[in-house]
Write a protein that binds this ligand. Structure first.
Ligand code: ZZB
Length: 259
C-alpha cells in the first residue's frame, strides 16, 4: 500500500503530556503527529485527527530538528524508506499512550481549518498505517460516525466538546451523494454508531469508488478537476511544501517456496 504521510505539527500538547518533562528528551526538536492517508485530495476537509486511546505510540527522532509520533511498527517501516537521517535505525525519544495524546492541538496542513484537535477512535488499528488517522468527516464514513458518537457523549469519552466542534467541510462533489458523501452514506445505510463495523466497511467502499471515479474537487489548487486527476497533484503539492512524504507498507508479502 502506498500511503501519503501527513505531518501534523504539534501546536499545544494535551494537559496530560504537559505534566511530563518531555523537553529534555526532545532536544529542541519540533514534534509532528504523522497520519497515513490514501486520500490526500481530501486534506482540505480535515477537522481533527484520531488516535487509538489504548494504543502505544513512540516519539521518534527523524533528524536533529524533527520528531514523529506514530507506532513503532510504522517507525521501523519509515527507517527503511529514507524518512529518518540514519537508514535502518529507529531512535525512540519517549513513549505515549494514545489517551494521553487526546486533546493535543495540531496543525492540519492544507486544511480550511488550519488547527485541529486529537480525538479518540476505538477502531484505529495498530497494524495499519501509522496508527494516526487524520479525519475528514465529509468523505470518510468512519470519521463521520465516530465524530457523531463523540459529540453525543463527550463526558463518556473524556473529551472537551470544543475538540469536536468543527463541522464537516465540503471537499468533493459526486453525482450520487452530493457535497457530503460520508454523511449521505451514513444516513442511507442507517449507520447508528461507529460500532456498526459491517455497514461502515460497505459505506467506505462505496465512498472510495464514487469519490474516485465520479468526484469533482470543490476546493483548493485543483478545484473543478476530477478527483482522479487531482489526487496525485495534491499529493505532490503537499510533498513539495514539506508537509507530507511517501509512506509504503509491505502488505501481504508472501514468500512462496516451490517443492
Ligand atoms: C483520510 C481519509 C479521508 C481517509 C477520506 C479515508 C477517506 P484502507 O482503505 O482500509 O487501507 N486509516 C489509516 N490508518 C488507519 C488505522 N491504523 N486504523 C484505521 N483506519 C486507518 O484505509 C485507509 C484509510 O483508513 C486512510 O485514509 C485513513 O483514513 C484510515 F475521505 O485518511 B483516510 C472512503 C474513505 N475516505
Amino acid at each position: 500500500q502506498e500511503y501519503t504521510a501527513i505531518k501534523m505539527e504539534i501546536v499545544q500538547w494535551s494537559d496530560a503530556v504537559q505534566k511530563v518533562d518531555i523537553d529534555s528528551k526532545l532536544g529542541g526538536r519540533k514534534v509532528f503527529l504523522v497520519a497515513a492517508t490514501l486520500r490526500p485530495e481530501t486534506m482540505y476537509g480535515q477537522t481533527n485527527c484520531f488516535v487509538g486511546p489504548d494504543l502505544k505510540y513512540g516519539v521518534f527522532a527523524a533528524n536533529d530538528k524533527e520528531a514523529y509520533v506514530c507506532t513503532t511498527r510504522a517507525a521501523r517501516n519509515m527507517a527503511f524508506q529514507g524518512t529518518f537521517d540514519v537508514q535502518g535505525q529507529v531512535n525512540q525519544l519517549f513513549e505515549l499512550l494514545g489517551s494521553a495524546i487526546v486533546g493535543t492541538k495540531i496543525k492540519a496542513p492544507f486544511a480550511l481549518n488550519p488547527e485541529v484537535y486529537v480525538l479518540p477512535m476505538e477502531s484505529v488499528l495498530a497494524s495499519k498505517g501509522t496508527g494516526v488517522v487524520t479525519s475528514v468527516p465529509s468523505d470518510s464514513p468512519d470519521d463521520f460516525a465516530t465524530l457523531t458518537d463523540l459529540k453525543k457523549k463527550p463526558e463518556y469519552y473524556k473529551i472537551d466538546p470544543l475538540w469536536c466542534a468543527i463541522d464537516p467541510v465540503p471537499v468533493i462533489s459526486t453525482p450520487t451523494y452530493g457535497e457530503m458523501t460520508a454523511p449521505a452514506l451514513v444516513k442511507q445505510l442507517k449507520i447508528q454508531s461507529a460500532k456498526d463495523a459491517k455497514q461502515l466497511a460497505e459505506a467506505k467502499e462505496l465512498a472510495y469508488k464514487e469519490g474516485f471515479y465520479n468526484g469533482t474537487m470543490l476546493i483548493g489548487e485543483f478545484k473543478g478537476e476530477s478527483v482522479q486527476d487531482a489526487k496525485p497533484k495534491v499529493r505532490e503539492s503537499m510533498i513539495k511544501a514539506g508537509v507530507a512524504f511517501p509512506y509504503a507498507e509491505p502488505e501481504g508479502l508472501v514468500i512462496s517456496r516451490s517443492g
